[in-house]
Structures are given as C-alpha cells and as structure tokens.
Design a protein around this ligand. Sequence first.
Ligand code: NDP
Length: 407
Amino acid sequence: MSAVPLRNDKAVASGVRIVSVLGATGSIGDSTMDLLRAAPERYQVEALTANNNVQGLATLAKEFGARFAAVADESLLGELRDALAGTGIACGAGESAIIEAAERPADWIMAAISGAAGLKPALAAVDRGTTIALANKECLVCAGDFFMARALNAGANILPADSEHNALFQALSSGNRHELTKVIITASGGPFRTWAAADIEQATLAQALKHPNWSMGQKITIDSASMMNKGLEVIEASYLFALSPDEIDVLVHPQSIIHGMVEFSDRSVVAQLGAPDMRIPIAHCLGWPDRIVGRAATLDLAKIGQLTFEAPDFVRFPGLRLAYDALRTGQGATTVYNAANEIAVAAFIAQQIRFGAIARLVEDTLNAWIRAGNLAPLSSADDAIAVDHNARKMAATLLPQIAAKAS
Ligand code: NDP
C-alpha cells in the first residue's frame, strides 16, 4: 500500500482547483506557474513561497491574485510587505510562514522547495491530507519511509512530479501492484556517457555542466553527470512505490524520450514518452486525475528517428552502485548518501576535489557512518534533519584527505 494513488482509487476532479506552490520562484515553480497561467479560470492560487527572491515572489503573487505569500528569509519581511502594499495579499517571513503557506487550505500543493528545507513544509501539506505534487527529492531520499507512512496515515495523495517517477506513476495505472515485476528508470547517461574512467576522473566543471538534453540547475546537472541523480531517483522510486532495490532497474537511454517503464507479470512493458520538458510531468500532476492541455512541444518520433538503450556502467559511475548499497543498508544510509553528495558537489564546484572524487567522498562517508555505529531508523523530520546535518559534518571532515589523495 502506498500513498501514491493508483488507478482504482481515482477521485473525480471538478470545479476550480485551489493551489499553492512552495518554491514558486524556482525552476519547477516557474514551469508550474506557466501551466497555471495558461488556464486562469481553472485555478485559484492560495499561497506562494520563496527563499529570498522577494521581487519575483511579489510579482507572481500579484499576477495570480494569491491570498498569501511567504519568504523564508525573516529579514526580508519589510521588503515583501512593501512590495505587496495595497494589494490585500497577506504575507509572512521565516520557516513558520513557509509552513503556514503549506497549511493553508489548498486542494493541490506543489512541493518544489529545494533541499532539506523542503521537508517540514511538505510534511505540513501532507498532514492536511491533500494532494501534493512532490518535486523535492529530500522528502524521499532523507525521510522516505517516514514521509510516505505519514502521507498514507493522513490520506494525502502523493503525485510524483519528477519526470521518471511521474512516468512510472502513469505506467503503473496499466495494471495492479501485485502484477508488477519491475520498474525501469531511464537515464540520459549525461555528458560523460561514452567517456573513459580516467577522463571522467579529471572532468572539469564546464564539462559536467553540459547536459545533453535537460536544462536544469547546477547541482542537479552535476548529479546527472555523475549519475548520482539517477541513484537518488532509484531511492525515491523505492520509497514512493514501496519497491525493493531488486525491483528497480536503470536503463541508459541517451535521447531522454522514454522516462520510465513498468514491466508486468504477463511481460508487457508499459512506457511513458514525452519531450524532455518538466511541464509534462507537472501538467499530469496538475490535471490528475484528469488530463489538461499541456504547454510542452508535441513529440515527433519520426523526426527523432531512433531511440537507443544501453546498460548502465556501475564501474565508471560508482555513484549509482552506492545508491543501491545505501538503499539496501537503510536506517538513514540514503540520508547520508544525499548529504555527502551535496558536500562533494559543493567541493567540486569550489575546485577542491576532482570530479571522480565526488563518489569517493560519498563512499568514504557512508563507510565511516556505518563503522561509527550511527545507523538507526528515522521516525521524525527532526531525526532526518539531524542525520543530514551530522552526515554533512562527517563528509566535511573527510573532505581534506579525499582532496589530498586526488592531487
Ligand atoms: P530551484 O533552485 O530552481 O528553486 C528552489 C525554490 O525553493 C525557489 O523558489 C527557492 O526560492 C526556494 N528555496 C530555496 N531554499 C529555500 C529555503 N531554505 N526555504 C524556503 N524556500 C527555499 O530548484 P528546482 O526548482 O530546480 O528544484 C526544486 C526541487 O525539485 C529540488 O528538490 C530538485 O531536486 C527537484 N527537482 C527538480 C527538477 C528540475 O528539473 N529542476 C527535476 C526533478 C526534481 P528563491 O528563488 O528565493 O531562492
């Protein structure tokens, strides 16, 4: 049983949908607002949030007639008040205001705050038992078991907004859970798909940032190059759909047209296809359980010509292997995997370590964490945040020796 609703438990959508967007000023927020903008008669915006982009937030709040706008940085409350003066839009600042935004009455909430800061607001939305389009990875990678159990208890619908998980969500509707034999998440392979291990080791930041298909933020683009992002997605899929690591395969598919597939017991494989545009999975979540008119380009397979596939290489991309290891270990290991990777990516961007050292730092942190006897089940957001915090500290401590080995 999962809080991701499958085909037999669809509700019927009707009337105007009241929506809130947590992380409205980001890349996922932007795609969401683009879809809302296209059908203003269908949506009433309740709350919008940002971290410190006050002007961007105020502009959106005014454009969409939001009832509430919140900024995480408390020092910016005055600026937000000034920007919204005379509009009648209520506003707030600080973590409590972001949580208030999540708690306000909405039928549909986009959880697109980046990083661990997204966890508590998403939990606040979950506790309302509403429908949540989940983009934030940390909710699942850092606290997956606990997050999904809480969603199930609260009667919340978790709709996966990430393209691969959304593809699985769509394909899963073709059968029943007990008929599923495995899911397949596709990966573009990133810019280093065909590179030799020695070249990947030495890759520069500019090379890591050249994603062949998707246009995304810096961190997630580097994670795509190391395939850590695919590792995070394997972990997310496991928690979202209550799948064991053995039920999740990764398939390299350089064109990024098929985003995910589900194999059923009769050996049928059901795939979801679409252009690499986040507005497609977000539109599916926004319309669910119906379909709305999308804003992405239509798919022209004749023009694309060829779809090709390769097995992933766990040796050249050890980050993917480590994700499966962390998932099998459980008890906070996936939280450690994510935290160590964030430290490693920041160090790579700051040119403190080579590209190849990203996975080494993650592996060393995981091993040190286990050796220290730190594994324990997570049962609250505070538990997850504490593990995240301590794992970051441990990774930062190990960083100098990893950096020294590489030089
Ligand atoms: P962005 O960095 O573009 O946007 C992040 C949003 O969160 C912004 O609105 C930002 O506000 C806000 N924010 C950042 N820090 C805080 C904080 N401490 N408290 C409150 N709000 C905060 O990220 P993306 O939109 O790319 O990604 C959002 C999430 O979705 C991430 O978890 C990402 O991994 C995931 N995701 C993204 C995909 C993509 O294609 N971009 C694909 C799949 C998943 P401000 O603008 O003021 O900084």
